[in-house]
Ligand binder design. Structure first.
Ligand code: G3D
Ligand code: MG
Length: 174
């Protein structure tokens, strides 16, 4: 009966949907009361029977919340992380351009080989996106850094479970 316990962190620019993704995954809902996370927060989720029937994975998922701006707080947040979801907002391209900084923080504070999934969130808004969003560029960036790319919507729930499960699989392999 293997049991894995993992610390997962969700990072990325403000308002890209980090807290929403966490609540969608753990509580299966989009509208929740405390949207503006102050400081760091975590929620636990137990996944039974994944990736095989006798395995249990316990994820302790940390939401960086209001720490985006406080670089000096980041190291304790990153410390001991087994995996990360790095999130940008498909409808705001500049949030993709901030990713390199998040990725280098991850590698500096959590270690170079830490598995991550790159998430383009707010997929439900894709019909409103003109011009800037370049899926190919995002995929190439993720592949080059040994991660991979997935589009999600915390609002509709699309691909949210897949993203967390894929990361869990990567952490087990690691
Ligand atoms: P953060 O934790 O990264 O700062 P939040 O982001 O989860 O607080 O979300 C920021 C805003 O984006 C919220 O809107 C939230 O409802 C919205 N949002 C999050 N995910 C999605 C999504 O997948 N699709 C859409 N359409 N909106 C999303 P408000 O208006 O409350 O600021
Ligand atoms: Mg938040």
């Amino acid at each position: 009966m293997p049991l894995f316990v993992f610390k997962v962190i969700i990072i990325g620019a403000g308002a890209v949907g980090k807290t929403s993704l966490l609540h969608r995954f753990v509580e299966k809902s989009f509208n929740f009361r405390y949207k503006l996370t102050i400081g760091a927060d975590f929620l636990s989720k137990v996944i039974e029977g994944f990736p095989d029937s006798d395995t249990t994975c316990k994820l302790q998922i940390w939401d960086i919340g209001g720490q985006e701006r406080y670089k000096f707080l980041r190291s304790s947040f990153f410390d001991g992380a087994n995996g990360a979801l790095i999130v940008f907002d498909i409808s705001r391209w500049h949030t993709f351009e901030e990713l390199t900084e998040w990725l280098s923080d991850l590698q500096e504070f959590a270690g170079k080989g830490v598995p991550f999934i790159l998430i383009g969130n707010k997929l439900d808004l894709i019909k409103d996106v003109y011009g800037d969003y370049d899926k190919k560029e995002v995929e190439e960036f993720a592949n080059k850094e040994n991660g991979y790319y997935i589009e999600t919507s915390a609002k509709t729930g699309e691909n949210v479970e897949t993203a967390f499960y894929d990361l869990t699989q990567k952490m087990i392999k690691n």
